[in-house]
Design a protein around this ligand. Structure first.
Ligand code: AMP
Length: 221
């Protein structure tokens, strides 16, 4: 753990590019909260809350949940005390109106890290992804296996395949990404806060590049 990083960051990238994994690592290293709208939505679906029921059909078919719903989630979360000094957004914003809403909330983003992975790799990666439905930890059978096999290292719960990681849903999520989320690369590039990291085979190699970008930003390079 390393203190002293007061940064508001966004992790951008296709589904399965490794945003969540990197966000967790950076969160732990710098003691910044990592906020995943996908995880919040999955938890709401599991608990069958009103929001969860409304989001279920979108998420399970690979579509985006309507902007007003996710904007509401983020507004509530960013108002919490732990976000005062900085945070990492993983999976939000995913559309230009969501990015505009963030701006309208007065949130000034310092750094957007775009993790770039080609579509063919994404499809391969999604097929090996395993998640813990209790604590949300994410693994990959080949690239980031749990040292306990099919069991979560952190909470010893059985690992599962996410419903929306089924191959046909993955293709639909990629299409959604290219149509609705990719324009954010230009949006944040114009604001001068975008840095691209090429996603590597090994998680640790992507982490090294990601930390390099963060440290360069911190030192004003
Ligand atoms: P993720 O875990 O980030 O891949 O998100 C899983 C699913 O949750 C997505 O496929 C969407 O259905 C939904 N979701 C997560 N974040 C957003 C967002 N910012 N806008 C709309 N839908 C979202």
């Amino acid at each position: 753990m390393e203190n002293g990083l007061l940064m508001k960051m966004i992790f951008l990238g296709a589904p399965g590019a490794g945003k969540g994994t990197q966000a967790e690592i950076v969160s732990e290293k710098y003691s910044l909260p990592a906020i995943s709208t996908g995880a919040i939505i999955r938890e709401a679906i599991k608990n069958q809350t009103e929001m969860g029921k409304a989001a279920k059909s979108y998420t399970e078919s690979g579509a985006l949940v309507p902007d007003e719903v996710v904007i509401g989630i983020i507004k509530e979360r960013l108002a919490m005390d732990d976000c005062k000094n900085g945070f990492i957004l993983d999976g939000f914003p995913r559309t230009v109106p969501q990015a505009e809403a963030l701006d309208n909330m007065g949130v000034k983003i310092d750094l957007v890290i775009n993790i770039d992975v080609p579509d063919e790799k994404i499809v391969e990666r999604m097929s090996g992804r395993r998640v813990c439905s209790r604590c949300g930890a994410s693994y990959h059978t080949k690239y980031n296996p749990s040292n306990k096999g099919d069991i979560c290292e952190k909470c010893e719960n059985e690992l599962q395949i996410r419903k929306d990681d089924a191959p046909e849903v993955v293709l639909s999520r990629l299409k959604t990404y290219h149509e609705q989320t990719e324009p954010l690369i230009e949006f944040y590039s114009k604001l001068g806060v975008l840095e691209t990291v090429i996603g590597q085979e090994e998680v640790a190699d992507t982490t090294a590049l990601t930390l390099g970008v963060i440290e360069a930003k911190r030192q004003g390079r």
